[in-house]
Design a binder for this molecule. Structure first.
Ligand code: NAG
Ligand code: NAG
Ligand code: NAG
Ligand code: NAG
Length: 432
């Protein structure tokens, strides 16, 4: 397990920070790329695009945990012939990319051999290419290819070129799907200050380029995705809307004003049922972030409330535990959250839907605490200002465990419900 430079536990925050144009792509690389692009194209297999199986879902088992891994990954089969890749599941960004032997200028350690790109380039005028470039005046250096550069809030980045390739997927109707989807061939990566041995990222954001948007635009599933992260580690990810009973889900509308992220807009922080005065918190849900983040003032307020509750309790700050910025020890090492739950209160975020109905996202102790390997309990809500999130507050994996989270891009809403994430839904099993 790697440590950040300040000694704290590795913290992954995959939420898109910047989208840059193509100017950063080196001329050296472009020449190399052209040599590759001259290879004879593999025959595309578009048979799946002829299926219009809306009403089916695709389910992936998830591996990983909040602590100590700090991320959840899926195995996705890509290419012709298809090969497995471990991808970090990220609802904080759109682009799916693989570390790519194009050749690679700068790649990080990966569990599998780097992806060899298909020669099927996404042209610059493709709407998927345009959607990855925030400025409308993006100019193509070369009309036949689409360069991209993405940068994440933890400082990690990927630079590359978009290609199309076949993804192999199992649907719940027992059909094999093999859609041709756009993905990034990332030939220049910077790690985000953490040891992160993965082949790439599965981008599940709200934009056109995202994996789910592409699947749904081919008529394979509805533009809905969900995840169920188990507190014991693992869980599952699904695409489509036929695995849950919508009436059992607490829904809140997604904000049309901040369409880059899955955010219902502004929330107020509630402590043990009472308002805290911390209002106007713009909150995004991000599976690519292991912990949750509040801006400096709300974070300060949150810590004070937690500390006040702890006074007089048999628990004291563990300054020698660098797992996370704030940890406490008890008389004996703690084994599980249940051992400390009684010392902590439930918080919630109250979202206001256009000034009328309020929806509460509850944060019980298990949604903001972890037990470190030293047997201390640590706060899994961190200072977002410190990591440069500015005004964005982030609900990360720690706060989404043991419930199903559903990101519905068709109805533009996000929902949650308690669920058993240890049981993978098969065939047409319902999750809730
Ligand atoms: C395309 O896929 C179909 C069904 O999966 C298969 O029968 C066919 O042989 C494939 N064609 C090519 C060119 O690979
Ligand atoms: C599809 O399901 C079969 C049977 O469960 C499994 O062996 C295979 O690895 C799955 N393929 C993918 C692409 O997930
Ligand atoms: C949060 O981080 C900012 C920026 O580093 C810092 O100025 C502030 O004091 C921190 N807040 C708390 C409560 O630690
Ligand atoms: C780095 C890591 O945790 N990789 C895991 C990703 O998921 C596969 C199974 O799908 C695991 O075998 C890997 O260990």
């Amino acid at each position: 397990m790697g440590k950040g430079k300040d000694g704290f536990q590795v913290v992954v925050i995959l939420i898109l920070a910047l989208v840059l144009g193509s100017s950063a792509a080196s001329d050296y690389y472009k020449q190399q790329w052209w040599r590759k692009a001259m290879m004879p194209p593999a025959p595309p297999n578009l048979s799946s695009t002829m299926l219009h199986r809306v009403g089916s879902s695709v389910v992936f088992p998830l591996h990983g945990n909040v602590y100590p891994s700090g991320f959840y990954n899926v195995t996705v089969y890509i290419g012709q012939p298809s090969k497995p890749y471990f991808l970090d599941v990220d609802t904080g960004s759109d682009l799916t990319w693989l570390q790519c032997d194009a050749p690679c200028v700068q790649c990080t350690e990966a569990p599998h051999p780097y992806y060899r790109p298909s020669s099927d380039l996404v042209p610059c005028k493709d709407p998927i290419c345009a959607s990855l470039h925030s400025s409308g005046d993006y100019k193509c250096d070369n009309p036949t290819q689409c360069d991209y550069e993405v940068e994440y809030a933890d400082g990690g980045s990927s630079l590359g070129v978009l290609v199309k390739d076949v993804f192999l997927l199992n649907s719940t109707t027992e059909k094999r799907l093999s859609p041709l989807l756009a993905l990034g061939c990332g030939y220049d990566q910077l790690p985000g200050g953490s040891y992160h041995p993965l082949d790439g990222i599965l981008g599940l954001g709200r934009g056109k380029a995202s994996f789910i948007s592409q699947l749904s635009s081919q008529g394979l599933v509805r533009n809905v995705l969900g995840h169920c992260l188990s507190g014991l580690g693992g869980g599952f990810l699904f695409f489509g809307d036929d695995l849950y009973d919508s009436s059992r889900v607490t829904w809140t509308p997604l904000s049309p004003d901040y369409s880059k992220h899955y955010t219902p807009g502004y929330a107020e922080l509630i402590f043990s049922g009472k308002p805290t005065g911390f209002r106007n918190l713009l909150v995004a849900f991000d599976s690519g972030s292991s912990y949750s983040y509040l801006n400096s003032e709300a974070y300060q307020g949150f810590i004070s409330l937690v500390k006040k509750e702890l006074s007089g309790k048999p628990i004291s700050q563990a300054l020698d535990d660098k797992t996370l910025p704030i940890c406490w020890k008890g008389r004996r090492p703690f084994k599980r959250i249940r051992d400390v739950k009684k010392y902590f209160k439930t918080f919630s975020l109250s979202f206001t839907d256009g000034g009328k109905t309020k929806t509460q996202f509850e944060l019980p102790p298990e949604a903001y605490l972890i037990i470190s390997n030293k047997g201390n309990v640590c706060l899994g809500i961190l200072n977002g200002t410190e990591v440069g999130l500015r005004d964005l507050n982030v609900i990360g994996d720690v706060s989404m465990q043991d419930r199903v989270m559903i990101y519905d891009n068709e109805k533009q809403q996000i929902g949650w419900a308690p669920a058993n994430c240890d049981r993978l839904p098969r065939h047409r099993d319902m999750i809730i």
